[in-house]
Design a protein around this ligand. Sequence first.
Ligand code: ADP
Ligand code: MG
Length: 317
Amino acid sequence: MGEFELIARHFARPVRRAVLGVGDDCALLSLSPGQQLATSTDLLVEGRHFLSTVDPQRLGHKALAVNLSDLAACGARPLAFTLSLALPQADEQWLAGFARGLFALADAHGCELVGGDTTRGPLAINISIFGELPAGQALLRSGARPGDDVYVSGCLGDARLALEVFRGTANVPGEAFERVRLAMECPQPRVALGLALRGVASSAIDLSDGLLGDFGHVLQRSGCGACLEVDAVPRSAELAAQPLALQRLCTLAGGDDYELLFTAAPAQRQAVAQASRAAGVAVSRIGRIEPEPGLRLVDAQGQPVPNVWTSFDHFRS
Ligand code: ADP
Ligand code: MG
């Protein structure tokens, strides 16, 4: 199978919304009047971001999910994406599985594949994604203000727990492990929540490198600090059954959660609850923005918890 046959067989699908999709030198997209283009890109490299043994269908899902999650964090509506693949060989079965997972998630979000690049090489996957939002309404990292509540969606830490199980440093029995593993391999991007939070949240970020590090980016860009109640961070029953130190490691520094962390003024509490219901995603209040720089961690009794965790950094670890 040649390069063009591979593209035609697995990735060239007719577009519905874009003006022009796969097959020419450029794809063409048009935005609705008054909308801004939101764009983001993510590179996944075998051995760094995923294990070589992962189910290709789940990998197809995750490659797009991490990009949709970036649009969600900005409150953008997904439109289209491009896919660049470096493949060691043209493995029919692998490609079919990968495309199945990719397009299932793409279709669920009305986001279409409009182009890409395909080359031989060590397995790597790059997706660039395009979305739209009303001009000036993007949710940014820089908007948190002293007094704002701090929220996260869903549960944190399951992806890290799955990794610890793979490493042999944690134990989760059979069926429960399948659920935890699904969190790592098939994250659900919170697109509907991001859309519902436009005009409600003051800032937002999606959690990819661990809560403490990612929240730190919000605080830095917003020029303020925060107090965070560490044990109020929501976690699954599977994680809650683990020792407290591991629970805190996974929820605070885990990474790969792809939940949204956002801030909103206390006057918006009802609007936040409404957004959560509309999106069908639970949100939990875990702290408060303060004027003094820095992140202060406390337990349920308000006692300080020393920050002993480091979040993920490709060039530090
Ligand atoms: P170019 O030479 O202009 O880079 P290519 O020959 O690489 O174009 O690709 C031919 C067409 O197929 C282009 O429209 C490109 O966007 C598309 N394409 C290539 N690889 C992929 C892929 N993995 N998924 C979707 N479209 C792809
Ligand atoms: Mg090319």
